[in-house]
Design a protein. Structure first.
Length: 402
């Protein structure tokens, strides 16, 4: 762990929490925000820093992009390295994890008959990208089937390891699954894949600021994360780490002037864009540390665990992950009565109409209701959510208590 790590500089006591912490954000106070995981929330201090960068750009766009930006973006990469491990030269920026996945998929040499492997919990946009890139190169996509509700990490590792074949050219796995909020044992999965000679891309969209993170120690070949979810950066601050052995072939999906100069140069410049989210990573780090750092992570995880219990006691269902595989989100799963996606949409819209914002949808014949826990949430938020779920008619006997 480096000297700049938020886990080292975290206060023992949070400065403020629960609804009192809403003052640090510009979130609508009339809503109960239980979906931090999808889009994050940017503290006012980071919003102000982004506006400062934007104003600096507008004062002299030519001078900024030619003389200021090249060093500034590499300084932000240094912050990423200090926060999440590795060297600054291993880290590049993109808009989001989806852009990073597309860049790696586009960079891989594939032949007809080759395979991508992912899991049945894969994020929908990533799965669609995998299928299209595979189709373009004559390859195929296979999925390791993992139950909607998992019992232990070994269950996940075994399902993935048994699905690897001699034609698997890349394994794409989530660090924290989007629909089910399960923290996968990524280091063990990577080790199993490498034993079979398969490189691994870890989609850690939810991980920065959510779980302790030392990317090189995971052992993956590529790792992506979004700093704009749980690390308080402005939206559009995606990160990609690439192991040195793969940097010669890894390029952004959008190719521009830096393409022939190398890995970092290719990603640092792919055309004129709003780069202010990337340059705010230091301000995001400061906000994360000020709001609690590692103490905040622990607090959010405990709150999410309690929230899942509150919801389950109210409406039944199954909690998707055991406590050892949960972070600051929790998903409650129900067997669908009809079309799971439509049921999830109905629940989400009904709660939204009541002023409660959640994530909900369908997966493998189940409806999932996912809630997040952030510094501005408190247990009463989930009690209100539980009451609204009952009003919506969401109820199912408890099948399994994890």
């Amino acid at each position: 762990m480096n000297s700049r790590s938020p886990s080292v500089n975290s206060p023992d006591i949070l400065p403020v929490e629960g609804c009192a912490a809403l003052g640090a954000f510009t979130l609508a106070p009339e809503l109960i925000h239980l979906n931090h995981g999808s889009y994050g929330a940017v503290p006012k201090t980071v919003q102000a820093e982004q506006e400062r960068w934007r104003a600096a750009i507008e004062r002299d766009p030519t001078g900024f992009f030619q003389n200021v930006y090249p060093a500034a973006v590499r300084q932000s990469a240094h912050v990423a390295a200090m926060s999440f491990g590795g060297k600054a030269s291993d880290w590049v920026f993109c808009e989001n994890a989806t852009a990073a996945v597309n860049s790696v998929l586009a960079s891989l040499p594939l032949r007809p008959g080759d395979e991508f492997l992912t899991t049945s919990h894969a994020y929908g946009a990533v799965l669609k990208a995998m299928r299209l890139w595979a189709q373009r190169k004559g390859a195929t996509v296979r999925m390791a089937e993992i139950p909607v509700v998992v019992e232990c990490g070994d269950q996940v590792v075994d399902a993935i390891a048994s699905s690897l074949t001699g034609r698997t050219r890349l394994l794409v796995i989530d660090h924290i699954t989007s629909p089910t909020a399960i923290v996968f044992p990524v280091a063990s999965i990577v080790a199993a894949a490498h034993e079979a000679g398969v490189p691994v891309f870890v989609d850690g969209a939810h991980a920065p600021g959510h779980v302790p993170l030392d990317v090189p120690s995971i052992g993956a070949d590529w790792y992506t994360g979004n700093a704009h979810k749980w690390f308080f950066a402005p939206r559009g601050c995606g990160l990609l780490w690439t192991a040195p052995k793969w940097q010669d072939i890894t390029r952004p999906a959008v190719l521009s002037h830096g393409t022939e100069q190398g890995y970092t140069e290719a990603f640092d410049w792919i055309g004129t864009r709003d780069v202010s989210p990337w340059l705010c990573l230091d301000a995001a780090w400061e906000a994360f540390a000020r709001l609690g750092g590692n103490t905040l992570r622990t607090r959010n995880q405990l709150l999410a665990t309690e929230a899942a219990k509150v919801l389950q006691e109210a409406v039944g269902g199954e909690i998707a992950a055991p406590s050892g595989m949960q972070g600051a989100m929790a998903s409650l799963c129900f067997r669908a009565k009809s079309d799971a996606a439509e049921e999830g949409l109905r629940i989400r819209e009904a709660l939204r109409a009541s002023g409660t914002v959640i994530a909900a949808g369908g997966l493998a014949g189940h409806v999932y209701v996912r809630v997040s826990a952030q510094i501005y949430n408190e247990l009463s938020d989930y009690r209100r959510c539980a009451a609204m779920l009952r009003e919506c008619g969401v109820s199912q006997p408890v099948v399994q208590v994890l």
